[in-house]
Design a protein around this ligand. Structure first.
Ligand code: PGA
Length: 246
């Protein structure tokens, strides 16, 4: 893992957006894996700014988002799909048919996950995957537990995760769905390149466990130690636990 500690979150986000832009210029048909949450907001802001300056063309790019809440339709304002529309999709020239999402409101979750995985396989897998990390070490909604799953699947959300995403549901944790559909660890580990971003003191323990701890399903992000091309880009607060050995 290549760890880089940035002075500020904004610097890391700008570097990440620049890296994505470089990737798209090098390969206009880039297949990009995208997270939601608070972490990537500045990256999306930077990407929109690059597009508006005419420095970036998304017309050949394909995207796969990591996860979606179970039972939440794409047009629900609390959905991750709505988040992506607000923060990126509405503002750039991505072709709608190149945007891929797990549909949380699909009648049969298993079939929906299989459809999504087949689409990802048909696209040739992810060239570049942007990831966040949960305070509990989850990536996408692959939550800590005795085992992890390779394929996309229905995941039960931990109490901690439901609390962390309550802001999507008016800060009312009782409104947060109990489960989600998520990309599995297979697609994460098969991505050709991964950039994991983590900002703020509440991520420090998870970042330390991911980078320095044992590889364990109790910290799903630790499996990224097995990946050959992972960048971990953090701000000083999230990188605090790594200081001594850097
Ligand atoms: P956050 O979520 O960006 O909102 O902190 C990250 C994650 O849970 O993966």
């Amino acid at each position: 893992m290549n760890v880089r500690v940035f002075a500020t979150e904004q610097e890391a986000a700008a570097a990440c957006a620049a890296h994505v832009a470089e990737g798209i210029r090098a390969k206009p048909s880039l297949v990009l894996g995208l997270p939601t949450g608070r972490t990537p907001l500045n990256v999306y802001r930077e990407l929109v700014a690059l597009y508006q300056r005419g420095a970036l063309d998304f017309s050949g790019v394909t995207t796969f988002n990591l996860d979606e809440f179970l039972g939440v339709p794409p047009d629900d304002p609390g959905s991750f799909r709505a988040y992506m529309e607000r923060h990126l999709f509405q503002h750039v020239n991505l072709a709608p048919e190149h945007i891929h999402f797990l549909d949380g409101s699909a009648e049969r979750a298993e079939r929906e996950c299989a459809r999504y995985d087949a689409r990802l396989a048909a696209a040739g897998g992810l060239d570049l995957l942007l990831l966040g990390i949960g305070p509990n070490g989850h990536v996408a909604f692959n939550e800590p537990g005795e085992s992890l799953q390779a394929a996309s699947h229905r995941a039960r959300l931990t109490r901690e995760t439901r609390q962390a995403v309550a802001s999507f549901f008016g800060d009312d944790v009782s409104r947060v769905p109990l489960a989600a559909l998520t990309m599995g660890m297979g697609a994460v580990l098969q991505a050709r390149r991964v950039i994991l971003l983590a900002f703020g003191a509440n991520k420090a323990a998870a970042v330390t466990a991911m980078v320095r701890g044992p590889i364990t399903t109790l910290c799903p992000a630790s499996l990224l130690q097995l990946h050959r091309d992972v960048e971990v880009w953090v701000d000083m607060a999230a990188g605090r636990g790594l200081e001594t050995s850097l």
